[in-house]
Design a protein around this ligand. Structure first.
Ligand code: SAH
Ligand code: SF4
Length: 393
């Protein structure tokens, strides 16, 4: 057990695992019994293949077709002889979530509604860079969220279930399909889908196992091969799991801070009652790999008259002093029924200046895709009915 693992008490771990089981995704198996190969680790893939008598080197070949080439049809696996292709097709599929809807914003942002095998849906957003030919896929980790942050639309949607490994990787793979971005042997052009941010629906650290498995797949060098530096995980502050994510994944960390006093943060981000600001900041201080080249991002949604005073900006820089960090100021994005208002331009500027004068970058995150409800905190889907398993909120 690593030192950071020790931060998680047995009781906490049991509680998190029990909850995860309650919200577990369905098995990735079709009605006809065929199993989805997407989402398996390399070892699991090898075991599945061994069960049908395929030698171990096949696993590597198949991994390449699935994750490097993005091929979904076994008949096009040209390094594999036809009888084996047929055996594979009898037992397995290479799945993708269905695109149930796609909307494109005036600013180029795209929002995809993906439908999974059990009819549940989640949203994924593509945010193109304004200047360079690159962009970020903003992936969802859960359908709904248990955490009910007061300013967040997703937080008004009860958690239906966690997304499975295949469904998390599948969002990215389906975007690659849509953008025609699977590399061919001769084409290694810059990728529009250059980054992943785990900032869609849900709290990724409350679905850690599936998120971690999915990120291990996208980072695998013989597949999608995205560098951990191009992946950012955003958390509302699940402190014990931050240690684990740091030790095991080493991706960039973004922390949804939003308030500098516990009384206010308790209200805005109710998880603060469990993991208060001092504990959260301590977890950031020990997050491995943070450096000036790889800073921790503190996200701060600017709510008019609520958390945007000069005094709060000063307190923020006091709190994060010494952490290699930047502060992302997010103008509040309204949604139907929301009660907050975005900060005024003057308040935003004043806040940003105080943070910058203390030596931290403080970019204001320009809202993207607001017109299609694709901006931060605007995602929400109607959960499909699930008469058989109805977990409590
Ligand atoms: N659950 C994770 C990741 C998803 S939210 C988390 O909370 O960090 C991504 C970011 O959008 C978070 O910082 C979140 O607090 C912020 N956000 C939520 N609702 C928002 C809104 N209405 N306007 C602006 N940002 C919002
Ligand atoms: Fe959940 Fe993040 Fe929204 Fe909070 S801000 S309700 S943790 S998705």
């Amino acid at each position: 057990m690593s030192q950071s693992d020790a931060q998680l008490t047995d009781a906490e771990r049991d509680r998190i695992l029990a909850k995860a089981a309650l919200f577990a995704p369905p098995e990735p198996v079709l009605a006809d019994g065929r199993r989805d190969l997407v989402g398996l680790s390399r070892a699991e893939l090898a075991a599945e293949l061994a069960a049908i008598g395929a030698p171990a080197f096949r696993a590597r070949q198949i991994w390449h077709w699935v994750y490097h080439r993005g091929e979904t049809d076994f008949a096009r696996f040209t390094t594999i002889a036809r009888p084996m292709q047929e055996r594979l097709a009898e037992r397995f599929v290479i799945g993708r979530p269905d695109v149930a809807a796609m909307q494109q914003s005036a600013d180029g942002t795209r929002k995809y509604l993906f439908r999974f095998r059990d009819g549940q849906e989640a949203e994924t957003v593509y945010i193109p860079d304004r200047d360079e030919p690159r962009g970020a896929a903003c992936l969802s980790s859960q359908i709904g969220c248990t955490l009910s942050c007061r300013f967040c639309h997703t937080g008004t949607q009860r958690l239906a279930r966690n997304l499975g490994t295949a469904e998390i990787v599948g969002q990215f793979m389906a975007l690659r399909d849509a953008f025609g971005e699977w590399p061919s042997p001769h084409d290694d052009t810059p990728r529009l889908l250059s980054n992943i941010v785990l900032m869609g629906m849900g709290e990724p650290l409350y679905n850690y196992e599936n998120v971690a498995r999915a990120m291990a797949i996208v980072m695998d060098n013989e597949g999608i091969a995205l560098s951990r530096r191009r992946i950012t995980l955003s958390t509302s502050g699940v402190v014990p799991m931050m240690d684990r994510a740091g030790a095991e994944l080493g991706v960039n960390l973004a922390v949804s801070l939003h308030a500098v006093r516990d009384d206010l943060r308790d209200e805005l981000v109710p998880l603060n009652r469990k993991y208060p600001i001092a504990e959260l900041i301590a977890a950031c201080r020990r997050y491995p790999g943070a450096s000036n080249a790889r800073r921790i991002t503190f996200e701060y949604v600017m709510l008019r008259g609520i958390n945007d005073s000069a005094a709060e900006a000063h307190e923020l820089v006091r709190l994060i002093a010494g952490i290699p960090a930047k502060v992302n100021l997010i103008p509040f994005n309204p949604w139907p029924g929301s009660t907050y208002a975005p900060s005024t331009a003057t308040a935003l500027r004043r806040f940003a200046e105080i943070v910058m004068n203390a030596g931290f970058a403080a970019p204001v995150r320009t809202p993207r895709g607001r017109d299609i409800l694709a901006a931060c905190g605007q995602l929400r889907t109607e959960a499909a009915r699930r008469p058989h398993r109805r977990p409590a909120a």
